[in-house]
Design a protein around this ligand. Sequence first.
Ligand SMILES: CC(=O)[C@@H](O)[C@H](O)COP(=O)(O)O
Ligand SMILES: NCC(=O)COP(=O)(O)O
Length: 261
Amino acid sequence: MNATPTASHRRTALSVNVNKVALLRNSRHLGIPSVVRAATLCLQAGADGITIHPRPDERHIRRHDVFDLGHLMAEWPDREFNIEGNPFHNLLDVADELVRQGLPLHQLTFVPDAVNQFTSDHGWCFPDDAERLGPVIARAHALGARVSLFMDPLPEQMAAARAVGADRVELYTEPYAAAWADAAARAAHLQRYRAAAEAAQAAGLAVNAGHDLNRDNLTDFLRAVPGVAEVSIGHALIADALELGYAETVRAYLRCIAAAD
Ligand SMILES: CC(=O)[C@@H](O)[C@H](O)COP(=O)(O)O
Ligand SMILES: NCC(=O)COP(=O)(O)O
């Protein structure tokens, strides 16, 4: 499996998580906003990939979204489709079906979330999870997918993640994001993430990062933690997209009203 970013693609890749577009869409019945349209606009703007985290309760991404986005990603062969979730719930069945239909699947990010968990809040734990992760990582590799394990920033856990067969780890960044406003706490967290990333890289893993990254905290993180292959960002990015788009959108509606005169 390709754990390392290619020479032509050394900058940190941005994968846009479109979960929150689906959450808004699911509050009505007309398919507005379109998840595929949102993903298309992100790809057109230069996003390196699309991330989704279909949860068993389908609170946001629904099963059909996985396939709709799979068809979209097939039209963008140089971009990455990353699907996150718990491999002991619904994730691998949907991955099987995607591949069976000949649709792209580049990366599976395994996250140890409980069913109905509010949001992801911790990583895998070694040695406890090693035995059960081995077979599901092998199954993902058989599908041709790279495997990334969602991990807390604990340097001593990284070699075990590699030993069980992972290609990458995704460092869980919410604790850093929560501490970011406090300069001393931020520095302490960044030191921890840097040490975890270095341990992962020394073990042969590439490093992804995600959860609550945003326009305030992202640059500091990437400066302090060299060599991050990919960040997946959803919640803040979609919120920013709303805010950055209000003015143009209100003007568009005023034009609709004016057109009636
Ligand atoms: C692993 C991770 O951090 C993301 O997949 C995140 O959990 C997605 O956000 P939701 O909580 O909106 O599903
Ligand atoms: N893997 C993290 C992700 O996909 C997005 O997390 P967030 O930006 O929505 O917190």
